[in-house]
Ligand binder design. Structure first.
Ligand SMILES: C[S@@+](CC[C@H](N)C(=O)[O-])C[C@H]1O[C@@H](n2cnc3c(N)ncnc32)[C@H](O)[C@@H]1O
Length: 459
């Protein structure tokens, strides 16, 4: 295993003083493991009854649970594929709890991949409002898309922008913004030892400059009275209190607020860098004080500024008659109630449901303009995996439920065709009633439409 960098140990010894021995001993222990029940799919109490794992509540997140890594492998269970939970470091659940998202709001997750916090925000929003998930890295956006689809998030717009470019397009538009910033990752050295190799004093300075530029870009996008959460997974005061002080010096209309649930955390440490004492309202999550990795969380409120400049809805590519017709035919044949009132847009022949009053997206890298409904071919409509995941078995005319132990379930996940005695047509395939994907029944066979890139063998 990679050793902890000498300079890092020296830094932590100087900062933590008498606390240092108990801090450094945490590296001898395994990391704590957590999962978050996805309340877009099921309630916490149903999740506790249904999930076959040894769960213990995480005090700072009421949908979060520790699991026992020696006995449970939730990442391999079919309920994971069905999006019933998201595996997440317990400390990483703190920033969204501090953001306090509400249904119907406009919320920006500026550094979103792989989507742990985006899916947590989506669950708080109950799928209502606009959730903009932005991720600059193309490679990492793939995991973001996959996780949002798996978790059945119906209302996200996925962008791939440099925050400085976004900033000019959404002035005063968001009620809440999360910046879960790229950082030197000191808080992850225990869980992910590879990150140790990339660390140096210089890398922490470069990270601080990048974090400052991301905060600067986010500031104008928040409406007056809006809430911004800044979080990192590093202990480094230069990247935490230091970046915030530099930001507040130039943006006096932002004020630090107390992080909710502070009783579970330690206060931030402005005294380490001679910053404003008000920054102590932020929180530090330490592995020698709680069961999780290192994290930093701060809440800022905006007191002033411009409000909602981009009120004018943007124009998206229109939906031509053929696409509308095949989609409507599909809806009538497959769904019991039409839960998709639009508006819609077409990207190529892919149909999306979008939010009614989005500003123009022209010139932006758009990974998903909204919920991907499927592909509108000339004569028929092929529903998407994202649509299957956002539905329930009660909302469709035909569904088949397999139990986790059934052979047919494994066959479905492997992508095989399955003999079946059911009515012809698109059929929602579920595990215990929770959607996994599509199949199409014809002549006594279920043709498998589980996405090729997700196919696998259950253990
Ligand atoms: C700590 S991770 C985000 C984790 C994510 N919020 C989650 O909970 O799953 C930080 C992200 O910032 C992205 N990033 C890197 N450089 C960036 C930049 N210049 N502007 C915005 N984001 C950047 C990284 O690609 C990375 O995905």
């Amino acid at each position: 295993m990679n050793r902890l960098p000498e300079d890092y140990q020296k830094q932590m010894r100087e900062l933590l003083k008498e606390e240092y021995p108990s801090f450094i001993r945490t590296y001898d222990n395994p990391p704590h493991r957590g999962l978050r029940i996805n309340t877009l799919k099921l309630s916490v109490s149903e999740g506790r009854q249904r999930l076959p794992f040894h769960l213990e509540p995480i005090p700072w997140c009421n949908t979060g649970f520790f699991y026992d890594h020696d006995r449970d492998r939730p990442g391999k269970h079919v309920y994971h594929a069905a999006g019933l939970y998201y595996i997440q470091d317990p400390s990483a659940m703190a920033p969204v709890e501090a953001l306090q998202p509400r249904p119907g709001e406009k919320i920006l997750d500026l550094c979103a991949a792989p989507g742990g916090k985006t899916t947590q925000i989506a669950a708080h929003m109950k799928g209502e409002g606009v959730l903009v998930a932005n991720e600059i890295s193309r490679e990492r956006r793939k995991a973001l898309v996959e996780n949002l689809e798996r978790c059945g998030v119906p209302h996200a717009l996925i962008l791939g922008e440099d925050p400085r470019h976004l900033s000019t397009r959404f002035t005063g538009w968001f009620d809440r913004i999360l910046i879960d910033a790229p950082c030197s990752g000191e808080g992850m050295f225990r869980k992910d030892p590879d990150t140790r190799e990339r660390w140096s004093y210089r890398s922490t300075r470069a990270a601080a400059d990048l974090q400052f530029s991301i905060l600067e870009a986010a500031a104008p996008m928040l409406r007056p009275g809006g809430r911004l959460v800044y979080s990192t997974c590093t202990f480094n005061p230069r990247e935490n209190e230091g970046v915030l002080q530099r930001f507040l010096d130039q943006h006096p209309h932002f004020t630090p607020e107390h992080v909710p649930q502070a009783v579970h955390y330690q206060p931030a440490r402005p005294d380490w860098i001679d910053a404003s004492p008000s920054l102590a309202k932020g929180a530090r999550l330490w592995p020698h004080h709680l069961r999780g990795e290192g994290h930093f969380v701060a809440v800022l409120e905006k007191r002033d500024g411009k409000e909602g400049i981009c009120k004018k809805p943007g124009k998206l590519p229109p939906v031509h008659g053929d696409a509308k017709r095949v989609f409507n035919d599909f809806l009538q044949e497959t769904l019991i109630e039409d839960r998709f009132p639009g508006p819609f847009t077409l990207f190529g022949d892919h149909l999306y449901q979008v939010h009614a009053d989005l500003p123009s997206l022209q010139g932006l890298v758009v990974e998903r303009p909204g919920l991907h409904l499927g592909q509108a071919k000339r004569k028929h409509f092929a529903p998407s995996h994202a649509l299957a995941s956002a539905l329930t078995s009660e909302s469709v005319r035909r569904s088949v439920s397999f139990s986790p132990e059934e052979d047919h379930l494994n066959q479905y996940l492997r992508g095989e065709t399955i003999p079946i005695d059911k009515d012809k047509g698109w059929t929602l395939i579920t595990v215990d009633g929770f959607p996994l994907g599509w199949g199409k029944v014809s002549g006594g066979w279920l043709k498998n439409h589980y996405p090729k890139w997700l196919r696998r063998n259950l253990i």
